[in-house]
Design a protein around this ligand. Sequence first.
Ligand code: UT7
Length: 331
Amino acid sequence: MTGLNACITSVAAYVPEHKLTNAMLENMVETTDEWILSRTGIKERRILKEKHLATSDMAAEAVNRLLTKRNIDPKSIDLLICGTVTPDMPFPATANLITAKCALTNAFGFDLGAACSGFLFALETGRRYIESGAYKKVIVVGADTMSSIINYEDRNTCIIFGDGAGAVLLEPTTDKSLGIQDSILRTDGEGAKFLHQKAGGSLNPASQQTIDEDMHYVYQEGKHVFKFAVTEMANVCEEIMKKNQLTNEDLDWLVPHQANLRIIEATRQQVNLDPAKVMINIEKYGNTTAATLPLCLSDWESKLKKGDKLVLTTFGGGFTWGAIYLVWAYS
Ligand code: UT7
């Protein structure tokens, strides 16, 4: 132990301009604004329309904003970790493309695949590099272009997902009362069958057949995923709060993965938290997979105060889920 904690010291995000509204989806698949809003809480999502742009471009925009707002020299960044399931291409890693686009010439980078928990797992990874004393400036990105793997004829998935990117800067502090305090992370590969993308990997490389059978799109058995998500996200929040003797009064903010408003509400109820303490922006972005948590932090950054206690929590494909308890380090 080095006596160092890892703190988030800057947050930034980027979402594309183009909005895909529920009314537009009504013209694409058999659905209604009323059904989508009441079953998910989503009104619109952002879509990366420009064909020459990809996940690394949204992420680079978020990272550049992050550096500019704190006037940080790109050369001072040691490491960039990118949580994503929609890399620009299978290799090189999207993190490598982002470091080049942002002139992080002294940084190394890698991607981390944990679907909707990608940012949470990457945050825990970045935390450990900082706590070890190995690196002083680590950028953690959550970015996904879900529109690139969604079948816009499948109403089970196309109504939920959107595109976006967010990034945080991690730096060390010797003040142990600040920064990341604890984490509980979980995976269960038995859940893979309920939420996955069949083709494009080594099991089903791209072929005429994989294209004909729509195997490059997201496959989700929503009801099954919902059942696990609603139980496990709530349980892991309760577990991390108990483990750290945090009451519902102590906790200032719950930062939940934005997959479905009903899952968020069930989690809030289980830990009996005041609704005003829950970050919710699903109505305007939908489910942006690895980007949901940094998009929330960015939207709420101006309201966050030094010393605020936050629990970040996710549930997603894998299955992957977990929670991180941290104390905000700046106002
Ligand atoms: O972030 C990664 C993790 N993912 C999640 O956490 C997603 C979890 N799952 C969900 O959020 C929900 O399961 C969905 C939003 C995907 C679906 O909501 P649901 O309440 O579970 O709907 P359902 O699949 O049980 O379908 C209920 C009814 C069905 O009709 P019948 O059989 O009752 O007549 C569906 O055919 O709603 C119908 N339906 C739709 N109707 C209008 C399903 N999708 C739609 C739709 N528009 N888009």
